[in-house]
Design a protein around this ligand. Structure first.
Ligand code: SF4
Length: 391
């Protein structure tokens, strides 16, 4: 037990964890009922500029699969066995009505699985707007022009959905709120790097997941509160190994897997969970054309990710993160059958090996229920680092 029950921090973590388990999207339904007529737009991983949805008066909702809370009954029938789990649980939730509160869906172009899922979605829900969002893969002026056009088209689609006209000032106001959100998330990651015993990842993670459904204004308040309460929690350091977790940017590991890693003697001091929150680290500018501001931030500042083809040596960003986090080892922890994560892994491993940094690899599915093997593997890894400095 990390947090004492009955404390303000305990209550906050409990609230965030309830949102994490809310796979029926009750929080979205409540948001819509509070002001009938408002619309919610679902976004599949990994990233979409949510400020564009917010500025149209709609609620951006991150759909991250069903984790281990959704039993797959029909979802498996839609897919072959050798792909990741996320699309199965998404289809299951679509068919069982959990996603009925979403008036539209966005499928970013991160891999073939998401592309196929967007097609299936359109077959199942021919009357619900759904967009395949082509992210640029040229980080130059051609990509800039292409991305500006894509976002312009989506902006017009959002206006058609709400019946409103687009307002640059509304987008600037939304960007300010999301800039604040990005800053708070960065601050949380920075504080965890400095004192991971005060900000355990099993808590940090549910705080981030709360932003899947909460309006950004409420999520910002929650993050502020957590930063204060966790910082004052008085928890003491223990002799854990400092590790970076890599490969979990799309289909998410079950919360119990994160707990298992921590209980096995690891401080997670950096990770790529829910990468959309940190894909663009800098503030989006609000001067001038705000859509152009989003475009420029992405083209100029998007960090290295498996689903983006940036011209630099794979692994350089990982080595930088290991150094900044003062990490002692790397856990390559990717979803089974995740092509983007697993095709990058050999290059990342090579980079890590070239510096003599310890690492170990395992795979998971979002509904993995057995953790004994991972506990032993992570525990042995942590012990080896603490005893001999290498694994
Ligand atoms: S987990 Fe990997 S393969 Fe599956 S949808 Fe996400 S990026 Fe694609």
């Amino acid at each position: 037990m990390v947090v004492a029950e009955g404390t303000a921090l305990g209550a906050l973590v409990e609230r965030a964890e309830a949102l994490y388990h809310d796979v029926a999207f009750e929080a979205v339904r409540e948001w819509k009922e509070a002001n009938p007529g408002r619309k919610a737009v679902g976004c599949m991983p990994v990233w979409f500029p949510r400020e564009l949805i917010h500025a149209a008066g709609m609620l951006p909702v991150s759909v991250m699969g069903g984790g281990d809370d959704v039993e797959i009954i029909k979802g498996d029938a839609y897919y072959q066995s050798y792909i990741c789990h996320l699309p199965r649980s998404t289809i299951e939730m679509a068919l069982n009505g959990s996603l009925d509160g979403l008036d539209a869906m966005i499928f970013p172009s991160i891999c073939d699985v998401i592309r196929n899922l967007s097609g299936m979605w359109q077959i199942i829900f021919p009357d619900r707007p759904a967009w395949y969002f082509d992210m640029p893969q040229s980080f130059d002026d051609i990509g800039r022009e292409f991305f500006g056009r894509e976002l312009g088209l989506l902006r017009d689609e959002f206006c058609a959905l709400t019946g409103a006209t687009f307002d640059d000032d509304a987008l600037r106001a939304s960007i300010v709120l999301y800039n604040e959100n990005r800053r708070l998330v960065e601050r949380l990651y920075e504080r965890r790097r400095e004192r991971p015993w005060l900000y355990p990842t099993q808590e940090l993670y549910v705080m981030l997941r709360a932003g899947d459904q909460l309006p950004v204004e409420k999520h910002n308040e929650l993050l502020e509160e957590y930063l204060t309460l966790a910082g004052d929690s008085g928890r003491h350091p223990i002799d854990n190994a400092r590790v970076v977790v890599v490969g979990s940017f799309c289909e998410q590991p079950p919360l119990n897997l994160i707990r298992t890693i921590e209980r096995a003697g690891c401080y997670i001091v950096d990770d790529d969970f829910l990468l959309g929150n940190r894909l663009v680290a800098s503030d989006v500018p609000t001067e001038g054309d705000p859509v152009r501001g989003i475009v420029d931030s992405f083209i100029d500042d998007a960090r290295e990710a498996s689903f983006l083809f940036k011209e630099h040596e794979k692994g350089s960003e990982l080595l930088r993160r290991i150094e900044v986090a003062n990490a002692e080892g790397v856990l390559f922890c990717a979803p089974s059958f995740c092509d983007p994560a697993l095709l990058d892994q050999p290059m990342l491993v090579k980079a890590v090996e070239s510096k003599g940094i310890s690492y170990t690899c395992f795979k998971y599915a979002e509904n993995t229920g057995q953790f004994q093997v991972i506990r032993e593997q992570a525990g042995t890894f942590a012990d080896s680092i603490k005893l001999w400095g290498v694994a």
